[in-house]
Design a protein around this ligand. Structure first.
Ligand code: GLU
Length: 488
């Protein structure tokens, strides 16, 4: 088989949509797995002046995910890559027009001079008769010379493809055999009155000229594919192999709207998700590995991916699962890497950690590693290290500080901290011993320690965080807590 060439052909509309990312991922995985080529082609014919920004925003999404392309257009400082350019549809207009002309000259297409009014009347009649609205083929058999003369005289016309007789069969890698009778299609328009191409022609010419071998794309295009197959045949290109993949659905099971948070792939970066999580999750929305494995790195995905395990039905977005996967990736990450990924989140939250050593910061990341579900949670998990407690969690005050005996227990805790080394192990052992001696449960002590030291109900392990705070600071905070409880 010839070298695999796949592509993603998005319209740059301002950001990388999660659904486009999914389609891109499967094309990319296939290319990486087979040693093929992944092409980025911009379908930018509708774009307006802000297009450069739109392209940039979309490419930022791909870059964050690590979906890199081997061929694609120039933008910003980056030059065009690849020998099949240009890679912007807007720059390929002449190629599309030429293809339309070729079909015309070979008698595989014809000019249609029907006016909008005529077509409207036809459509209404079809509606009344409960027939699908189809072009009636009036101009199909116009004499070619006459047709050309009318065109040259400036009469408004479109070019329609002469749908051949017979049937079109597509062996879709996901949908199976898709068989359509060509008579279900009318002679569809391929060139507009301006001579510009319609999507169907443009996409076929681009795929054909770029030697695209496989097209993984959204199943919303399935109904277009028979038309595309006819055009591939008519233009003398080899048809690519198609795989139509289900859309990404939101949590309610509706198509993931552009307006929803999370439609933009970079929303997830903002929310503290790892790019490897998104790749992993998005892959599992359309593909099943065939065993219980759920966590995949990028390289593991490339190895494990198989076309025959692509799913036919759409998956609903599942935040819980996404969070869980994110947590798993954070747990398996080398601790220094996790540290380096969480620190920018602290900076963004205005936390100055410049006074802390690298070792301390690594330790801070380490005590959170088992608990974090997103990178952003680091702020809530650790901000108390960097500032005095100005407020205790109100719920916890009720549950802990206002409980009977809280003050006595805080005094016991303070003594433990005063008399022991401030290490996780020493504190743990000493608290356990004192609990036994005073017949107290750990549940009566540890939440009080946590609340006094961090002001919160949840966070990293209490003795771990105490060790990082240091003995003097712990004692100061415990004394403050005692004063606070006395004042309640
Ligand atoms: N621009 C089209 C889309 O984003 C591309 C269709 C295709 O992949 O052929 O849906």
């Amino acid at each position: 088989m010839s070298e695999v060439r796949v592509r993603i052909a998005p319209s740059p509309s301002g950001f990388l949509h999660i659904g486009t990312a999914k389609i891109a991922l499967f094309n990319w995985l296939y290319a990486r797995q087979t040693g093929g080529t992944f092409v980025l082609r911009l379908e930018d014919t509708d774009a307006d002046r802000t297009e450069e920004e739109f392209v940039q925003a979309m490419c930022d999404g791909f870059k964050w995910l690590g979906i890199d392309w081997d061929e694609g257009p120039a933008f910003g400082d980056e030059p065009q890559k690849g020998d099949f350019g240009p890679y912007r549809q807007s720059e390929r207009n002449q190629l599309h027009r030429d293809a339309g002309q070729k079909l015309l000259s070979e008698g595989k297409a014809y000019r249609c001079f029907c006016t909008k009014e005529e077509l409207d009347i036809e459509r209404e009649r079809a509606q009344k008769e409960k027939r699908p609205p189809r072009y009636n083929g009036k101009c199909r058999d116009l004499d070619a010379a006459e047709s050309q003369a009318r065109h040259e005289a400036g009469e408004r016309n479109v070019v329609r493809f002469k749908v051949p007789e017979g049937q079109t069969i597509i062996e879709d890698l996901v949908q199976g055999t898709v068989e359509t009778q060509n008579k279900e299609f009318d002679d569809f328009v391929i060139l507009k009155p301006t001579g510009d191409p319609i999507f169907h022609l443009a996409v076929v010419v681009d795929d054909g000229d770029m030697n695209i071998t496989h097209v993984f794309r959204g199943d919303d295009h399935l109904t277009n594919t028979s038309r595309h197959a006819m055009l591939f045949d008519a233009l003398g290109y080899d048809r690519p192999i198609f795989a139509h993949l289900p859309m990404v659905l939101d949590e309610q099971g509706k198509k993931y709207s552009k307006r929803l948070h999370g439609a933009n792939v970079l929303d997830w970066r903002e929310d503290g998700y790892l790019p490897e999580t998104m790749l992993n999750y998005v892959a599992l929305m359309g593909w099943s590995p065939g065993d219980d494995e759920e966590i995949f790195t990028r390289d593991e995905l490339v190895k494990a991916f198989s076309v025959d395990r692509l799913g036919k039905s759409a998956a609903k977005f599942d935040m819980k699962r996404l969070q869980w996967i994110n947590g798993q990736h954070m747990r398996t990450m080398p601790i220094e890497e996790l540290r380096d990924r969480v620190l920018p989140r602290l900076s963004e939250a205005g936390i100055d950690f410049s006074g802390k050593s690298e070792e301390w910061l690594t330790q801070m990341a380490a005590i959170c590693q088992e608990k974090l579900k997103t990178l952003n949670e680091i702020v809530d998990y650790t901000d108390f290290f960097f500032k005095d407690i100005d407020e205790y969690n109100a719920k916890a005050v009720k549950k802990q500080f206002q409980k009977e005996g809280a003050l006595d227990r805080l005094e016991i805790i303070l003594a433990v901290f005063q008399e022991n080394d401030c290490t996780t192990q020493a504190l743990h052992d000493a608290i356990e011993a004192v609990c036994e001696e005073k017949e107290l449960g750990l549940g009566q002590i540890n939440p009080l320690v946590r609340l006094s030291l961090s002001g919160k109900m949840m966070g990293p392990g209490v003795f771990e965080l105490a060790e990082l705070l240091g003995k003097d600071e712990c004692i100061k905070r415990l004394e403050n807590a005692i004063e606070y409880v006395k004042g309640l």
